[in-house]
Design a protein around this ligand. Structure first.
Ligand code: SIN
Length: 202
């Protein structure tokens, strides 16, 4: 099922009185910005772990054959590394559309490499949204990712680009790298996605 959380998000955590806000990205928002920003800095948030547990019916899959994309799952002591963007509040409107399949704006604390912290927003798809798939056996999740394809392209590119972007940040996560290894083994070698360098993107 394709959700539409756009209208819901337009009323959530609206930073109308601020000139610029921080947005934390942990999935495609790391490696495919596609929106204007004033600054971009590696950051992490705490208490959340990245999981390929959200269904993608609109970007990396279809309603009939959904893909799997990243969301955050609450976990005490977990750290999730990603990218922070300083954006104008009006940049949220197109992001609400991009993230409309179940993701809601949430307030979080961003931790930067220099020890500074800031309050910001991140999009999280929680287990109560209709597109949430939850966990499955790693082989089954990898097969689904290897085979799914949607309007934004193959699901495997999302995963492999994320793995490459995390590597550029010096981050290696077992959940992501294990899925990526399985997906590479699943697809013909000639069909490998060419992960872009983060410097080539945005
Ligand atoms: C994010 O990247 O922060 C949210 C999930 C996604 O768009 O992949």
């Amino acid at each position: 099922m394709v959700l539409d959380t756009t209208a819901l998000n337009a009323r959530r955590h609206c930073p109308d009185d601020e000139q610029a806000i921080w947005l934390f990205g942990y999935g495609s928002l790391i490696w495919k910005a596609g929106f204007p920003y004033l600054a971009r800095r590696p950051a992490h948030i705490r208490g959340w772990t990245r999981r390929f547990w959200q269904g993608s019916h609109d970007h990396r899959g279809t309603p009939e054959a959904p893909g799997r994309v990243a969301t955050l799952v609450a976990e005490a002591d977990a750290v999730c590394h990603g990218m922070a963007y300083r954006i104008a509040p009006e940049t949220l409107a197109p992001l609400d559309v991009r993230e409309k399949n179940g993701y809601l704006r949430e307030v979080t604390t961003l931790f930067f490499e220099d020890g500074a912290t800031a309050r910001g927003l991140t999009y999280i798809a929680t287990e109560d949204n209709a597109a949430f798939l939850g966990g499955a056996a790693p082989a089954a999740m990898a097969r689904q990712i290897a085979e799914a394809h949607g309007p934004s392209g193959p699901n495997r590119d999302y995963l492999l680009n994320l793995e490459a972007a995390l590597a550029e940040l010096g981050v290696r996560e077992a959940h992501v790298s294990d899925l990526a290894r399985r997906v590479r083994a699943h697809a013909p070698a000639t069909d490998d996605a060419i992960p872009c360098k983060m410097s080539d993107m945005s």
